[in-house]
Design a protein around this ligand. Structure first.
Ligand code: 5RP
Length: 237
């Protein structure tokens, strides 16, 4: 690793590149959200430009993804125009030993879950800091909520044992508003999440909840970027 380089950025770059290398010409590709997925989108664009990759179409999972795809010259399509997604590549905030995830650090988990779950192959790209023994131990669980239901939804989450906080904007007054026009509640679970599959269903059954950031049983492959002996490496979980 070159002197002065930020290790976290280098790990994200390497794993983003490794994932872009898995994409085949002619594929429909789900384009994830976040700083790691952004590197993957950049590398896909570079491979298209060099001719190493041809005829791919991207389906973005956020406004960020669609802006980046346009910037790097990746043609976009929509779920109305295709009948399948070959591969989706996305970041995560936590990954447990069963490859279950917490996502939504970028408030994009609703569209991410739609696209990632539809993909024939769903690849997760993370740096080593995202690997945990139990979900909910290092990151709060994001829940997207319809604005008019925010108070009853937060009350219900609390009754069910969670500690919800409304996510506030940075360099913007007021709460974060998602790409879908909704709000985000970040929920703390003391001691972590014991039953991710059960909690995913329970939260989504609360009227006013659009989607939560638990991704259970959907990941096919996790690529982890790490620094070993001063060199960036990518390993598969
Ligand atoms: C956005 C997400 C991101 O994939 C997740 O937050 C990871 O982002 P980063 O690669 O920047 O750490 O779920 O909603």
């Amino acid at each position: 690793m070159a002197e002065g380089q930020d290790p976290s950025t280098v790990m994200k770059q390497q794993v983003g590149k490794a994932a872009a290398d898995l994409v085949k010409s002619g594929s429909i590709v789900g384009l994830g959200t976040g700083s790691t997925a952004a590197f993957m989108i950049q590398f896909l664009g570079e491979k298209l430009k060099s001719g190493e990759l041809t005829d791919i179409k991207g389906i973005p999972t956020s406004f960020q993804g669609s802006v980046l795809a346009k910037q790097y010259g990746i043609p976009l399509t929509t779920l109305d125009e295709v009948d399948h997604i070959d591969i989706a590549i996305d970041g995560a905030d936590e990954v447990d030993p069963h490859k279950n995830l917490i996502k939504g650090g970028g408030a994009a988990h609703t569209q991410e879950k739609i696209v990632d779950c539809l993909a024939e192959q769903f690849i997760v790209v993370v740096d080593g800091s995202k690997i945990v023994d139990k979900l909910g131990t290092t990151f709060l669980l994001p829940v997207e909520v319809v604005p008019m239901a925010i108070t009853p939804v937060m009350r219900k989450i609390q009754q069910l044992g969670g500690m919800p906080t409304l996510r506030m904007g940075v360099k913007k007054a007021g709460p974060v508003v998602t790409d879908n026009g909704n709000l985000i509640v970040d929920v703390k679970y003391e001691g972590g999440i014991d039953d991710p599959a059960g909690l995913e269903q329970t939260l989504n059954n609360i009227p006013g909840v659009v989607e939560n950031g638990l991704f259970v049983g959907v990941t096919d492959k996790v690529l982890i970027g790490e620094i070993k002996d001063g060199m960036p490496i990518v390993r598969e979980m």
